[in-house]
Ligand binder design. Structure first.
Ligand SMILES: [Zn+2]
Length: 172
């Protein structure tokens, strides 16, 4: 199985498999993948001298000190067991300050809207995930998770969870 010298094809296919794998790793507090949340900053693959492929994955947390980080890292590391050609994996965390809600993909925004989470723009405006109104008010700084605040929509009256716009706390 182990051959001397890993082909470029193997590196490319392992990277593709790893990216596919990472696209299925979800934030434990939100049913949205880390890829759609904009947490994946980079993937590198290199050939190991002893055979197989080593990968480096760099991630950025959505909130400083978020406990979800530990679970995400564990799930990301499990790629070593899931992918046949991957034999080594390093996880690197970028400073939390490098993430903001503008990193969330349009797919991610849609998935968050479905679970009642509003994503504010970096400049602050958040739309109600239920009715689309901009009349969203914050009731509490503390939501179900550190990265979210609790509020409600003045238009439809429904409760709204609001993501903090930056990982350093989202205070504007
Ligand atoms: Zn509403």
């Amino acid at each position: 199985m182990v051959t001397v010298g890993v082909s470029q094809d193997l590196l490319a296919s392992t990277e593709a498999e790893l990216r596919e794998y990472l696209a299925r790793v979800e934030d434990p507090e939100l049913p949205v993948s880390i890829t759609e949340l904009g947490m994946l900053r980079g993937v590198t693959v290199t050939e190991r001298e002893s055979g197989g492929v080593a990968a480096g994955v760099s991630l950025v947390p959505t909130f400083l000190g978020c406990s979800a980080q530990l679970f995400i890292e564990r799930d990301v590391r499990a790629a070593v067991d899931a992918l046949e050609d991957l034999t080594e994996l390093h996880v690197e965390w970028c400073p939390a300050t490098e993430w903001s809600t503008s990193d969330i993909t349009s797919v991610g925004r849609e998935q968050l809207r479905h679970v009642g989470v509003a994503v504010p723009d970096p400049d602050g405006g958040a739309r109600c995930p239920h009715c689309g109104s901009e009349r969203v008010v914050v009731d509490s700084e503390f939501g179900a998770a550190l990265c979210r605040r609790l509020g409600h929509c003045e238009a439809c009256g429904d409760p709204v969870e609001i993501m903090r716009s930056t990982s350093s706390g989202g205070r504007r």
